[in-house]
Structure formats: C-alpha cells, structure tokens
Ligand binder design. Structure first.
Ligand code: IMP
Length: 356
C-alpha cells in the first residue's frame, strides 16, 4: 500500500458498534478525492448515516454518503437489502435520481418484514433491533424466498447490473469507494452475538456485497469515534452512567430510532481487533473535538494540543495502523487530512505493521 490520496478502490467501515461517523468521512472523501463511483455495501435501511453538506443535514439509510459530489455515480450492491419506500424518499431528498443504480439482485424489505420484527420479543426486547425489517428480509433471502429489486415496478428506472459497472470502472482505472454500514462488533460473525445485526459488517463482507474481490482492494479505512457508543442491547466495556456521559458531552441519539446511545471511553483492545478483522490500512478518527474541545474546527495537526496528539499516537501505537483522517467538528470540512503529509516524522515514528 502507498500512502497518499485515494487509491482506485477504498473500503470504509465502522470499527466499533456503528455511529462512528462513516457518513461524514465518506462525504469528505467524495468531495476531496472525487471518486467516480460510491457504492453502498453493508446491511440495509437499519443503518443511519449522517451527512452535513451545504448547511443541510441528511440522515441516510440507503443512498451512499458520497452523493454530496454531484459527479459521483451512486450504486447499491446486490448484497444490500433495499426498502423501496426508504430509497425513493432518499432519492428525492438528495436529488440523485439521475445517477443512482440499484442492483437487480438486491433483496426487497417489505412492510411484513417490519411487522414480523415488531412482533418478535426476541428482536425488540432482547436484541434491541431497529425493527427496520432488514433481519427478516435477510432471513427470507437465505431461504431463497425474498423478492428481488428486478421484480419491483417502482424501482424499474433505477435497477441494473451494478457489479458490471464496478468491474468496468476497474478496467478503466477509475476511483471507487465502497461504503460499509454499522460497525465491526455488530457483525453477525465477529460481533457480540446475539446482540448484533443480521449479517457480517466487516470490510470483506462489504466487498462481497458489491461484487469486488479481495485482491481488487487497495485501502481499507476503519473509522473509530474518539469514544465508543452503542444503541440497543449487548455488552459495552467501560460503560459510563448516564450522568457521566452527559457531563462529558457524549450524549447522542440514534439516527434511525432516536434512542439514546450508551457510551464508554475509547477501547484500544477492540480497536486493535477491528483493525485486524478488517485488514485496515488506515484509521479515520472522528469527534476528536468532543474529547478535546481545543481541537474544535482544527484543520492542521499543528493546531492540536499535546494531549490530543498523545491520544492519536497511542491509537497508532496500539493498533499498528496510521491515523490519516481526524474529524474535528460536525461539518464535512472540519477535518485534518494527514494523507498528504503521511511521510512526515510523526507517522514515520509510528510502528506501521500490516495486519496479515
Ligand atoms: P437490527 O439490525 O435492526 O436488527 O438491530 C440489531 C442491533 O444492531 C441493535 O442493537 C441495533 O441497535 C444495532 N444496529 C443496527 N443498525 C445500526 C446502526 O446503523 N448503527 C448502530 N447500531 C445499529
């Protein structure tokens, strides 16, 4: 891997329990690096990605966050369950009808899937599901009974062979961003089962979701928030009580359900495991300003104080992967981009080890 700006194929995934700020990072990269294609892998409309662009806040559940760049082609890969109502609404809100393609093999989330999940005490009470119907849809797909996008008249104008599009883009050396969803430890295989979502959420799964093979990937960016949050049930090591979360200014609410998120300090052990599970080559760290208010709005590493820099170094040291992007505020441009200065002494001194 070479450090520098976006390489032809980059995968973006969450490193903890979702809500790490994938939307913001994907939107920044879409504007800065101008990918030809942003393709959504991962799970379905149970995901919620927040993007603030041009003073408007978008809460997206299906459309790739890279929509902010009007010249980027938007795809939804065949592994992603699609709820037509959610999709059509987002297409309208983001004005992206002319540049979206949904794979003809996407499974369809139907109203009865949502009803099925709402009726299940196991999902509602034990797992703390978002009840978006995504798990029921995935289960039906595994039984080979789910409807596919190609069967839905309202999706007809948008349906096509997205895998063919991506593979053509590879042959033309175009730039591609693959967006995953949720977080590594909500993975059906690698997470805190049964308190997980209904499919694997690691980088490998995101690639399979969109029809990209392992050797076609150049970079994997794993995103960590400066502290850990979790909605729904399941273990959260170091969880703080509500008052302490509020005192630290870490109170957050879920994008899809509006539920209050539980919170804990940054977990170095989990971060290391996430780096390994995803084969990460870079880390993006978000909300540094929430942990270190003096970092608010910083655009350069020199603007960070000693404590913030020490925190970043500790992450690099313990995971063995460089922190290349640092979020310092909610807006897309509140960010320190270290990719251009990656050969500076700061990174050279970090023990960069490929996780093989
Ligand atoms: P489900 O995938 O909606 O059934 O939810 C299963 C678990 O994953 C619950 O704990 C949800 O809160 C969590 N979850 C699902 N999607 C997201 C997400 O996008 N962000 C954070 N948590 C999520």
């Amino acid at each position: 891997m070479l450090f520098g700006y976006l390489l032809p194929c980059t995968v973006i995934v969450g490193g903890f329990f979702g809500d790490e700020g994938k939307g913001k990072i994907a939107a920044y990269l879409a504007m800065k690096d101008k990918p030809d294609i942003c393709v959504r892998g991962g799970n379905g409309p149970n995901a919620g990605h927040t993007v603030i662009h041009g003073g408007v806040q978008y809460s997206l559940r299906l459309i790739p966050s890279g929509f902010v760049n009007p010249s980027t082609h938007l795809l939804i890969g065949p592994g992603v369950p699609v709820d037509p109502t959610v999709l059509l609404d987002e297409l309208r809100k983001t004005d992206s009808e002319q540049r979206i393609e949904v794979d003809n093999q996407c499974a369809i989330v139907e109203p009865r899937h949502k009803e099925q999940e709402s009726r299940s005490d196991h999902l509602s009470k034990k797992v703390g599901s978002t009840k978006s119907g995504v798990g029921a849809c995935n289960a039906e797909r595994a039984l080979r009974m789910a409807k596919l996008a190609q069967q839905i008249p309202s999706l007809k104008p948008y349906v096509g062979d997205t895998v063919g599009e991506i593979q053509k883009a590879f042959s033309e050396n175009k730039k591609i961003i693959i967006e995953g969803t949720q977080g590594t430890f909500l993975s059906l295989y690698h997470g805190t089962y049964p308190y997980v979502t209904s499919k694997d959420t690691t980088a490998s799964a995101a690639c399979a979701d969109v029809g990209v093979g392992p050797t076609q990937v150049d970079d994997v960016i794993v995103i960590f928030k400066a502290y850990v949050t979790r909605v729904g049930e399941g273990p959260l090591e170091g969880q703080l009580d509500r008052d302490e979360v509020a005192r630290r200014g870490w109170t957050e609410f879920g994008t899809v359900t509006g539920r209050e998120r539980r919170a804990a300090p940054f977990d170095f052990k989990l971060a290391k495991r996430a780096v390994q599970l995803n084969g990460a080559t870079q880390i993006a760290l978000t909300k540094l300003d929430v942990l270190f208010p003096s970092a608010k709005g910083a655009r350069h590493i020199k603007d960070l104080d000693k404590a913030a820099k020490a925190f970043i170094s500790a992450i690099e040291k313990q995971t063995g992967v460089p922190v290349m992007l640092i979020g310092t505020g909610p807006k897309e441009e509140d960010l320190i981009d270290l990719r251009a200065v990656a050969r500076s002494p700061r990174v050279r001194t970090a023990p960069i080890v490929r996780q093989n």
